[in-house]
Design a protein around this ligand. Structure first.
Ligand SMILES: CC(=O)SCCNC(=O)CCNC(=O)[C@H](O)C(C)(C)COP(=O)(O)OP(=O)(O)OC[C@H]1O[C@@H](n2cnc3c(N)ncnc32)[C@H](O)[C@@H]1OP(=O)(O)O
Ligand SMILES: CC(C)C(=O)C(=O)O
Length: 557
């Protein structure tokens, strides 16, 4: 049961230092950080069924396609699969020259030796050492004092240097993580890292990667940024360290924490695609990269075919990507609601007209096409939708450009169906509704069989419409006069059946289906009792499309 007073059980996070002179809030991000994907390590260790070698390989290939240059490929001393995968990458020549593999290891000599064994023959590699440093872990997990924790880290780093010296053909880089940094006293974190830097002989030419994980996210993201700025200020040889961050997402603010930490001085980010990882996950590299992209900053990662990335990650992790996941979810470019659809439709029209390449689109922070997505999913129709969305679908799917009042008429009909079914209406459902509403197929009360418009009789400027229609199954001739084809056709129907229709609006446009050109005509008519009826006609001949539109309106009575 939740407590009435949670303060009895939970304590607020305390930064422990004065950061009132913080500078990061007034900075901005102008370049992409160095990225490290830890999908194959931190992501993998959080899966119910860790990846086998085949899945790891598939994931690796996708990471290469995306353009990752640093990838933590596993914990090779942990299992045979992990070890074998590293060997396969090296022996199979799968690591491009500009890519560094990274492996994780605890501060334990046997595990370190095994780790180096896995890396034999690598051109370059990053060996990543970690041990927890926070008070809780010192007390509960290790039963160690601060000095012992420093000694543990130094011992691991020393063993790593000794192993690295045995394999001089590899270009080594070293990374150290004071695990649980986010909950560690800041001055102590600096002290441990400086001692490890000494052992790793860090210089500006050969910097050490100091990775400062929010192993568990314990504070608001601005406080994590404060921690990073403080650490960067206090580190005596800042120029000999690459400051890396490794946010998790326990409070749901991993992205914000990462972005604020870049402002605070971080150079590098470790995370996973779509935020897989322990518990609530590691920070999501896709969102971070595309957030930069939408600010006009080159992210150095390529998600031009985001759907294939989603497919690979879902297959390898056996975890679905959420439909609302930023940039990647299947619903994130979709508007169901009428006012959103209307704004997007107008946005696309304005975009086409401006033709300046700039993306200024209501409700869509990124052009789906940049990620290899089509515009088909942008507008989908249900009972929340309006005329704009329905018109968009008919235009995109069938090429029909409904006049405004026609849109209103048809959207009411669609709304009725959507309300009745409670379901989404797909493009083909909307088309069926359109055909039904305007009598484009099936039984028709008034059906055009033939008409003569050439060789027209002209008496006093009038035109004569002479046609044959099927009315309630019976073929009958109809004749009418008017000052044009449309008025003479309407009069033919009015004279024969007393319909009293008056055409108040008429539109037509060409319709291209493959190489065939068709014509569409839309009429709006008024009835004697002042009702509006709409009709549409589609034919390869423009004049016939107009006549069919009149009959369509008559059928709608
Ligand atoms: C935040 C993170 O994601 S850290 C990475 C975590 N990833 C993993 O653990 C996945 C791979 N791990 C494994 O396969 C195993 O844990 C192994 C192979 C590394 C070690 O297995 P085991 O030897 O059976 O140890 P086990 O995991 O049960 O226990 C951890 C022991 O290591 C100690 N330990 C934990 N972290 C470290 C460290 N960084 N350096 C040294 N010792 C450590 C613990 O104190 C504990 O010691 P104890 O047995 O004396 O109490
Ligand atoms: C090993 C470290 C970097 C880690 O995974 C974490 O702290 O989350």
């Amino acid at each position: 049961m939740m407590l009435k007073n949670p303060a009895e059980k939970y304590r607020p996070f305390d930064l422990g230092v004065d950061m009132s002179d913080r500078t990061w809030p007034s900075k901005s991000i102008t370049v992409a950080p160095r990225w490290l994907s830890t999908d194959l390590r931190d992501g993998n260790q959080a899966l119910a069924d860790p990846m086998d070698v085949e899945k790891k390989m598939r994931f690796w290939n996708k990471l290469m396609e995306v353009g990752l240059k640093e990838v933590e490929v596993g914990f090779p001393s942990a299992s045979q699969i992990e070890f074998d995968f590293v060997r396969k990458l090296i022996e199979g020549g799968h690591i491009p020259d500009d890519v560094a593999v990274q492996v994780l290891v605890q501060s334990r000599e046997d595990l370190i030796a095994r780790t180096f064994e896995s890396l034999k023959g690598a051109k370059q590699a990053i060996v990543h050492l970690y041990n927890a440093t926070s008070p809780l872990f010192r007390r509960v997990v290790f039963g160690l004092e601060k000095a012992d924790v420093i000694a543990l880290a130094v011992k691991g780093a020393t063993a790593i240097m000794a192993e690295a010296a045995k394999q001089p053909e590899t270009k080594w880089m070293f990374e150290y993580s004071p695990e649980t940094f986010s909950a560690t006293e800041l001055d102590f974190a600096v002290e441990v890292c400086e001692r490890v830097m000494d052992v790793f002989q860090a210089t500006p030419e050969n910097p050490v990667i100091l990775n400062l994980p929010a192993t568990v996210e314990v504070s608001m993201p601005n406080l994590y940024a404060d921690q990073i700025e403080y650490f960067c200020r206090k580190l005596s040889r800042r120029d000999s360290a690459i400051i890396s961050i490794h946010p998790h997402n326990d409070r749901g603010t991993g992205i914000a924490a990462a972005e604020m930490s870049l402002l605070a001085g971080a150079d590098r980010i470790e995370g996973c695609l779509f935020g897989n990882g322990e518990r609530t996950g590691n920070v999501d590299l896709v969102t971070l990269a595309l957030n930069l992209y939408t600010q006009g900053i080159t992210p150095n990662l390529d998600f031009s075919d985001i759907r294939s990335v989603v497919r690979t990650v879902e297959y390898c992790n056996a975890i679905p990507v959420h439909p609302r996941h930023p940039y990647a979810g299947e619903l994130v470019f979709t508007a169901f609601s009428g006012s959103h659809q209307d704004a997007i439709r107008k946005g696309f029209a304005a975009h086409e007209q401006r033709n300046d390449g700039l993306w200024e689109m209501p409700y869509l922070p990124i052009d789906p096409a940049d990620l290899g997505e089509s515009y088909e999913a942008v507008i989908r129709v249900n009972s929340q939708s309006g005329k704009g969305g329905i018109a968009w679908i008919l235009e995109h799917d069938k090429g029909l450009k409904l006049p405004r009042r026609f849109q209103v008429d048809f959207s009411r009909k669609v709304q009725e169906i959507a309300d009745a079914t409670g379901k989404e209406m797909h493009a083909e459902d909307i088309w069926h509704a359109f055909e039904g509403a305007y009598h484009l197929n099936g039984e028709q009360k008034y059906e055009l069989l033939e008409y003569a418009d050439s060789g027209i009789l002209r008496t006093g400027g009038e035109r004569l419409f002479a046609g044959r229609i099927r009315h309630d199954g019976v073929e009958v001739p109809v004749n009418g006069r008017g000052n044009g084809l449309i008025s003479s056709a309407v009069n033919a129907l009015n004279d024969s059946y007393g319909l009293g229709l008056e055409v108040v609006d008429f539109h037509e446009h060409a319709l291209y289906k493959g190489t065939d050109a068709m014509a569409v005509a839309y009429v709006e008519c008024k009835t004697p009792d002042d009702r509006k009826v709409f009709g549409v006609g589609i034919d390869s001949d423009t004049a016939t499309a107009s006549v069919k539109a009149i009959l369509s309106a008559a059928n709608a009575l």
